[in-house]
Design a binder for this molecule. Structure first.
Ligand code: NAD
Length: 257
């Protein structure tokens, strides 16, 4: 098993990429701290992990709140005796996030607080725990929009993910000699509840689909597989990377019809 005797904390593990990662990491032997704001969703993930023979506990936390994040790390250490993999995955994509000209300040603040400050807080309180366990792997979820701009604007989301990317690089450099690797996972569009509303509209769906070389969106399991690689020692020299799992979107100028 690729994560035997490891403890992994996954934020936003009540849904989408986080849930699939919890299931996959548990299958590979890790004990999982399932963190989410949504208790029912998080408890459902814990039950799914347990039904598959894995070990998981639910910890409720709002990743944008320092006290919650500090407590989620402490609760993980007290449940499983350490922390080796920290997957800062929780994030939002607000339906009112749009052009810089008409996105409300409140939407900007909310998005930055969860998507960017949440990752900062996860690292701030998580790194001491990783050091106590002898080191480990941090995976921060950014997005392909951290490296390319889109005319289908979502300014707060895009800026938050750009911040995650640069924050990740700096932390990766600072802690590399203390046996901590930090990478930014940058998925392309994935069929999860995050994009449910957007992808339910055939025109908006097609507007995006045309730019994805394989002609389809990713599945959450495909992103979880990439996260698993970054979590394991197989990725022992992968540090500070912009780890794109985007089906080739950022490699494309024009896609085949
Ligand atoms: P999702 O909406 O399916 O799941 C996100 C989970 O995070 C939910 O369970 C939600 O309750 C939780 N959450 C939201 N705010 C929180 C908070 N403040 N504190 C704790 N938990 C909170 O989303 P997903 O598609 O699985 O996205 C996971 C990550 O991947 C996000 O960071 C997202 O930005 C990123 N991402 C997603 C896509 C995509 O197309 N779906 C693409 C690139 C990056």
């Amino acid at each position: 098993m690729r994560l035997a005797n490891k403890v992994a904390l996954i934020t936003g593990a009540g849904s989408g990429i986080g849930r699939e990662s919890a299931l996959l990491f548990a299958k590979e032997g890790a004990a999982i701290a399932v963190v989410d704001l949504n208790e029912a969703a998080g408890q459902e993930t814990v039950a799914l992990v347990a039904a598959a023979g894995g070990r998981a506990v639910f910890i409720r936390a709002d990743v944008s709140k320092a006290a919650d994040v500090e407590q989620m790390i402490a609760a993980t250490e007290s449940a499983f005796g350490g922390l080796h993999v920290l997957f800062n995955n929780a994030g939002i994509f607000h339906p009112d996030d749009g052009s810089v000209l008409d996105t409300d300040e409140a939407i900007w603040d909310l998005t930055i607080n969860i998507n960017l400050k949440g990752v900062f807080l996860g690292c701030k309180y998580g790194i001491p725990a990783l050091l106590r366990s002898g080191g480990g792997s941090i995976i921060n979820t950014a997005s392909f929009v951290a490296v390319v701009g889109a005319a289908t604007a979502q300014i707060a989301y895009t800026a938050s993910k750009g911040g995650v990317l640069s924050l990740t690089r700096e932390i990766a450099v600072e802690f590399a000699r203390q046996n901590i690797r930090v990478n930014a996972l940058c998925p392309g569009p994935v069929e999860t509840p995050l994009l449910e509303e957007l992808l339910a509209d055939p025109a908006r769906r097609q507007r995006r689909l045309v730019h994805i070389p394989p002609g389809r969106f990713a599945k959450a399991q495909e992103i979880a597989q990439a996260a698993l690689f970054l979590a394991t020692d197989e990725a022992s020299f992968v540090n500070g990377s912009t780890f794109l799992v985007d089906g080739g979107i950022t490699a494309a100028y024009v896609t085949a019809e």
